[in-house]
Design a protein around this ligand. Structure first.
Ligand SMILES: [Zn+2]
Length: 223
């Protein structure tokens, strides 16, 4: 069994670039009750890998318009039998993956609940495969869910909080990722537009009058 994770690292080292992104815990700024266990596990780092031959991330048009795009895969370091899983190589291409397993793409909510219920530290379970900017943004968004449990009975508010954390993490690591200010602005506006749509769909007033200003500004102290 000495051939597990280290074998994977040897095989993928020349195919993918790996970065440990700095993802510290952030304060909860949405009303009490949206989350029932904020920061039950303090986030610290996420290992992000990307195929070495993928085009530079800035060359892509960032269009953040849907949940969990293709190319976003949480690859298991070792098989986690508690979680729905599939072969990682069916979803993550260009990493040299073989028999490694990944969280099933439909199971983000299951992982949010089961990691919390079993007190499994996300970074001990997964590394993130994300080949594009939208995949990375959603990967960070899901990473926020994985460390902050909520009943998800206020979806627009829950998603707003996780988007703000993901954006704060993206900004913090922007230079290392290779993102410029224009790109971060585009991501912030995309997330604001999505948030507005979610509140509209729930027929709720947005908690702030100007969601664009909220996302374009620094991480808020309160809503
Ligand atoms: Zn979400």
């Amino acid at each position: 069994m000495d051939d597990g994770p280290r074998a994977l690292d040897r095989r993928t080292a020349s195919l993918a670039t790996a970065l440990m992104l700095d993802v510290p815990p952030m304060p909860c700024i949405v009303p009490d009750g949206v989350f029932d266990a904020w920061s039950w596990c303090e986030s610290d780092v996420i290992e992000w890998r990307r195929p070495a031959d993928a085009p530079p991330i800035l060359r892509e048009t960032p269009a953040i318009d849907g949940q969990n795009p293709a190319g976003l895969v949480f690859v298991m370091r070792e098989e986690c039998t508690l979680l729905p899983r599939e072969l990682a190589r069916l979803h993550a291409f260009g990493y040299g993956l073989d028999g490694e397993l990944a969280l099933a793409p439909y199971a983000i909510d299951d992982a949010t609940d089961l990691l919390y219920a079993n007190r499994l530290r996300p970074r001990d379970v997964f590394w993130l495969a994300a080949s594009t900017l939208d995949a990375l943004v959603w990967g960070l968004h899901d990473w926020a869910h994985f460390h902050n449990h909520g009943p998800f009975d206020q979806p627009a508010m829950t998603e707003l909080q996780c988007d703000l954390v993901a954006l704060a993490w993206l900004r913090r690591n922007a230079a290392r990722i290779g993102l410029d200010d224009a790109c971060l602005t585009t991501v912030a506006r995309d997330l604001a537009r999505l948030s507005r749509k979610r509140f509209d769909e729930e027929q709720l007033a947005s908690p702030v009058a100007d969601l664009d200003a909220l996302f374009l500004g620094p991480y808020p102290e309160t809503l």
